[in-house]
Design a protein around this ligand. Sequence first.
Ligand code: C2E
Ligand code: CA
Ligand code: CA
Length: 562
Amino acid sequence: MSKICSELYRDFFYKINGMTFEMDEFISKVSGAMPEIAQVLEIGCCAETFIAPENPFNLNGINQSVTFYKHPEGYDEHPETFVFHTGEGGSLSISFYPKKGHIWNEAELSDISFIAENLFIIGGRVQMLSVLKKVSITDIGTGASNMSGLGMHAEQLLESGAFKDYAVFFINLKNFKFINQSVGERKADFIIRDYAKKLLNYINDDEKLARPGGDNFCAIIKKERVDDFLEFISGISFEVEAAGEKRIVNVNSRAGVYMVNEGDPIVVAFNAASTALNIAKTSGRGDVIRFKADMLDKTIKANEISSVFPDALIREEFAVYYQPKVGLSDNSLCGCEALTRWIRNGKIISPADFIPVLEREGTICRLDFYVLDKVCADIKRWLDMGLVPVRVSTNFSKLHLHNEDFADRIIGIINKHGIDPSLIEVELTESSGYEDYEALAEFVRKMKSYGVSTSIDDFGTGYSSLNLLKDLDVDIIKLDKSFLDNLGDEKKSDEVVIRHIVNMVNELDMKVVAEGVETNVQADLLENFSCSMAQGYLFDKPLPCSEFEKRLRSGRVYQGVR
Ligand code: C2E
Ligand code: CA
Ligand code: CA
């Protein structure tokens, strides 16, 4: 026969039941409801221990002990303990201690057992609801927040007036595509998870890490910890086993950072950090970009560029300029590079402003073929006019390498104009990963079989080593301008590097074109190092077609320049 009346029970369960999403709230409800029951059932103490293994929502598992009730005058040391096993492989044990000197009879024990079972059932429901709530704001792959979790956290900070004390980060793992290929997707997923774990261990309770997906992360970090956090994410290493070998994989990241200002809405802060990350990805101005106000203007401009581009192409707003290449031994005009200019409403827009945007959108491929078409038409016209043309190099984005018909389209355009393929050279920038490299090697082979020359642009700025280069059958290496910037200085290290690159390239039966040659000192040193050709303002800036035709027509030698 139950000792407590049904009204007391109802009251107890009414107090602890209800829509509760947080364990802490449930615990405080039980603590509040326990004294009345304890008094009737002579309970001196009631406590529980909850153990749960690791899961994406509790990365370190749960091991939590709670006391719901303790009688002020103490309790007997011998509890009745009820152990329940949870579905996730954990356990909940609930212990009831009798008041000092009290021994429970059967009726009391049956009531206590009933209460224990109900605490387990109702507590289990709260646990499930709290997991459900966490699922809705957690990235399952890593245990970091998802974007709605990050948004909720930002809202709480904004409401409490603390958002202005934080910085928003958008982070992208830099070499992840390469890691994916070299260790396999499954292991790469583990790396992402471990990377998140390291970051989660780094961040404090008031900060937040989220993973919107893939190899992207976002974080809200206290302003005073920004430098420290950037240092932390600048290179994180993991030991990975791949093909039976242990390897150290270095994960580098790019980040856009926005320091929140008083009164900033959340969407403004997130947009700013994302804009800064985009600039870090595309501008080559460094892996970490801190947001500045003028960047938004650029984003607006970028949106404008991509929306007017298709129309501008139809309206033939893109003009091809030609920059001469000069043989260093005799100062003769020996080739040229086609460089695009966008002439819109009478103003010339430089490629630096629109190429990165088109590259990001993938529309650059259309422009590149358009330029090649114009170049072939110009060469054909020069021939028809009786001029002797020089070989023209045109720039092609690396994005083309993933199109199987890239080489065929080039040869198709050349054939359409009926010009000799040896008059065309295709410039591609250095590859940044193995996949690109393979595609590049295949493309170079095809071009060679068609009789079209190829060159590696901006050599020395990418990832590929000299070693990789020896297997690529290209004709020309274009030495990046950055090598020349300190040429002629006291420090001779750049000279040593250039001399060795030029020697090696010459020995491999290719030729070097030095880019951005602006002074006689540079030209003379380059000639001494056996560099065959130079291109730069010392000889000519990129010229409109009609100006370049004049160079083709008369002299063809740069006299008086050096
Ligand atoms: P790039 O291929 O490295 O072209 C050389 C750039 O250096 C050109 O800038 C040229 O004007 C500039 N330059 C040449 N000589 C000198 C010099 O002596 N001093 C200095 N400071 N600069 C010099 P531009 O024309 O603004 O082109 C920028 C980039 O835009 C090019 O770099 C190329 O990557 C890209 N680009 C231009 N046209 C096209 C195109 O039709 N397709 C693609 N995919 N990219 C293009
Ligand atoms: Ca180029
Ligand atoms: Ca270049």
